[in-house]
Ligand binder design. Structure first.
Ligand code: 13P
Length: 259
């Protein structure tokens, strides 16, 4: 089964409009002459207020090498939900992916598995692709409950999602202790946990669908780590934080994931 790799940059709460424009144009120009078929699917997730400017600069390129993601959404279509943004509103900018369940949203903003499941269903119904994040804390890893915790997050996130739709979701395994710490998870261990995720998905949606799901690794991904990560059997790309904020390091990671 060949799954097209994804390299996604999660810009988190960085970059105003001008900085976002500079960054996306830098990435775009650096990869515009690379054969599209050799590239991974490149995705950038700016803050909501930069979706517009990033979208315009991706479209002006006309080459379809970069896709747009949002970092969050709300599952209701409209109404009295102060501060929230609906999926239809994200579609205004030709957003293709929405990151949900990031550990920062779970920990800082108290998002529950139930909310993440509602978001996943709404995103799929709207024709977009959720990038569903999961990951264990250091404490959970030391207690030996990593696999059961991750499996539970996946089962809950995908509850009532049709098996054929499960095949199209993207999962990001992001061990929380590896995020922003410089401590990358050992590639073989990341691959092992990702296999646990794939087995869990197979139990929910069947083996064929599970084989189609792209599962990314996230947590201190750097240009120096990507080749080894991509060489693993089940790692289908990366969700990159810090190293996605500089053109050079992000482009090096993209190149490290090329065919
Ligand atoms: P870092 O790459 O900065 O560790 O962040 C990972 C992450 O949280 C991406 O969503």
């Amino acid at each position: 089964m060949s799954r097209r790799p994804i390299i996604a940059g999660n810009w988190k709460m960085h970059n105003n409009r001008a900085q976002s424009e500079e960054l996306v144009c830098g990435i775009r120009d650096a990869i515009k002459s690379i054969d599209k078929d050799l590239l991974p699917e490149v995705v950038v997730a700016p803050v909501f207020t930069s979706l517009d400017v990033v979208s315009k600069n991706i479209c002006n390129c006309g080459c379809g090498r970069i896709q747009l993601a949002a970092q969050n959404c709300y599952y209701e279509a409209k109404g009295a939900f102060t501060g929230e943004v609906s999926i239809d509103m994200l579609k205004d900018f030709d957003t293709k992916f929405v990151i949900i369940g990031h550990s920062e949203r779970r920990q800082i903003f108290s998002e529950t598995d139930e909310m993440i499941n509602k978001k996943a269903i709404a995103i799929i119904e709207a024709g977009l692709t959720p990038i569903i994040c999961c990951g264990e804390t250091l404490e959970q890893r030391e207690l030996g409950v990593t696999d059961s915790h991750i499996a539970s997050q996946i089962v809950k996130a995908l509850e009532n999602v049709k098996p054929s739709d499960v095949a199209n979701v993207v999962i990001a395994y992001e061990p929380i202790w590896a995020i922003g710490t410089g401590k990358t998870c050992d590639s073989a261990e990341a691959n092992r946990v990702i296999k646990v995720i794939r087995t869990t998905i197979a139990q929910i949606a069947g083996k064929d669908n599970a084989e189609k799901v792209r599962i990314l690794y996230g947590g201190s991904v750097k240009p120096e780590t990507i080749k080894e990560q991509m060489a693993q059997s089940d790692i289908d790309g990366a969700l990159v934080g810090g190293a996605s904020l500089k053109v050079d390091s992000f482009v090096e990671i993209i190149k490290g994931a090329m065919k």
